[in-house]
Design a protein. Structure first.
Lengths: 129, 129
DNA sequence: AATTAAACGCAACAAAGTTGCATTTAAGAA
DNA sequence: TTCTTAAATGCAACTTTGTTGCGTTTAATT
């Protein structure tokens, strides 16, 4: 893998994502980061963090892209597959990782899986009250 | 539901999607339709067809939006949930509906599901040869 | 044939993401 | 510590994707 550097901007953005209980979009990250770095830089940092497998990309049914921290053990060698469910509340719009919900399914023969994206939309417990 | 009309453009676009073995993006539909109608009109037709539940929207892990025909029985009354898996081949880029693959999963209490988006990326049997 | 609201085309706009290039900077080497 | 250099950044420009408003056209009913 290509060398990557630990820059201030990268660390700051990773902190934002790691400390957030919900997945964040590029726009949200930019705002939370107080415009401390360029729009383009954020795109590039998100790409790097995703490639390094410390965050993962989530695409909601409405098409918005969000990012969340990975919670797998650091020592895992192989590229992690994020096969847990992401819940997208239609009321509060928040996207949360349901780390414990891993769907089971069986593909026909000869399909090779590299990546999965399981997103469920609906109403979360908080908004259902 | 609001009245909808069967226009030439709508019928043409529905035919394109229905006759395609793979899910189509807006750009692909526009090209296949020979620019016979406006870009905006295609967006509006896709929205209508989706609302009428004769096509469904698929969002791939890379964030591209595609549309595929629905193959459920016409007489179903309730709004259909497309809980089958969509496979996105990373080589040929084609997105196909695996109608028979329906993942099972169990959400924590009090989550209400309205919509699901299950997409798996990898290599399809044709490209694996 | 007349009516009317849905659908359309067009222009303008907004949001999201990409690319090229000159400048800055992190991190290892001297 | 300073030197070196490739990674990272900022900025401008651009593309792609999706939206909105409005005047005109057209499908479907009367």
């Amino acid at each position: 893998m290509k060398n990557t550097r630990n820059t201030i901007a990268k660390a700051a953005i990773f902190e934002l994502i790691k400390n957030s209980k919900v997945a964040l979009s590029h726009a949200e990250i930019q705002e939370l980061n107080q415009e401390a770095c360029d729009r383009v830089t954020i795109y590039r940092i998100l790409d790097r963090l995703t490639a390094e497998d410390v965050i993962h990309k989530i695409v909601t049914p409405s098409g918005t892209v969000k990012y969340a921290a990975c919670h797998h053990a650091d020592h895992e060698e192989q590229h992690h597959v994020h096969n847990h469910v992401h819940f997208n509340c239609e009321v509060c719009q928040l996207v949360t990782c349901l780390e414990n919900v891993e769907p089971t399914f069986k593909l026909p023969a000869n399909y090779k899986v590299n990546q999965v994206n399981f997103t469920v939309s609906g109403i979360c417990p908080s908004c259902a009250l």
